[in-house]
Write a protein that binds this ligand. Sequence first.
Ligand code: PAF
Length: 289
Amino acid sequence: MEIINSVEKLKSTVSALRKDNKTVGLVPTMGALHQGHASLVERSVKENDATVVSVFVNPTQFNDKKDLEVYPRTLEADCRLLESIGATYVFAPSVDEVYPEPDTRSFSYPPTDTVMEGAFRPGHFNGVCQIVSKLFMFVEPDRAYFGEKDFQQIAVINAMVADYRQQKAAWAERLTICPCPIVREADGLALSSRNTLLAPEERAIAPAIFRALSESVAYSKSHTVAETKQYAINAINAVDGLEVQYYDIVNASTLASVSLWDEAEHVQGCITVFCGAKPIRLIDNINYK
Ligand code: PAF
């Protein structure tokens, strides 16, 4: 496995692979890797001749400076894990390497990027689109892998790629976005780099989020969307130390809220919960149909 720090070296490496007719998978990450990331990399290794994993804590997607400061950074351990599961290249650039000058591009794909995380973290998805589009342009991958824990992020990235396809960007035309299932701890907590920030007593209550979501799926069979939403919110808020920031039940493609179960073919519940005193923001989601 080779560690690459410069954009120029990354571009020349992937263009040599392409000349050899090799397929390239890209797994964008912000590091602090866990088994959820490992599952994306393992899938890419199976499906492509070479796999590039980017490890870059992207400042433009943090609307909260403190959140950026405390975001865990564990590059050495990340590289050990990536080597053990067969990644070919790690792209670990500096901020100046990726943003030699401020990125002033703005992306807008309502409602996917304006609801839920988009409403509570203004500018977040613009930053995600900035970095992900740059990575796509640097690597021009055949496939890119994203975890479904960030369900809304995948919808926004799909909208961005569709937009670039309309503009006939060659990299967008060849690219397939591959969503990958959430990986959970045995007690149901969705794996997240932020879980390492939880104190033991916070870690102990966090599984109540997925428990409530799972129970709400059974409840939904005989209740309305509004009742189901309230059921999940009440169950989580009843746990001391947990507070729901938002819970919405949405059309899984457009992310627009639904009020009737048969309003969309696929319906997803997306939640953000504050956990503990700091607090740590945990997100999760569940499929209703
Ligand atoms: O999901 C993440 O970790 C980040 O948002 C991503 C896609 C790596 C962009 O920085």
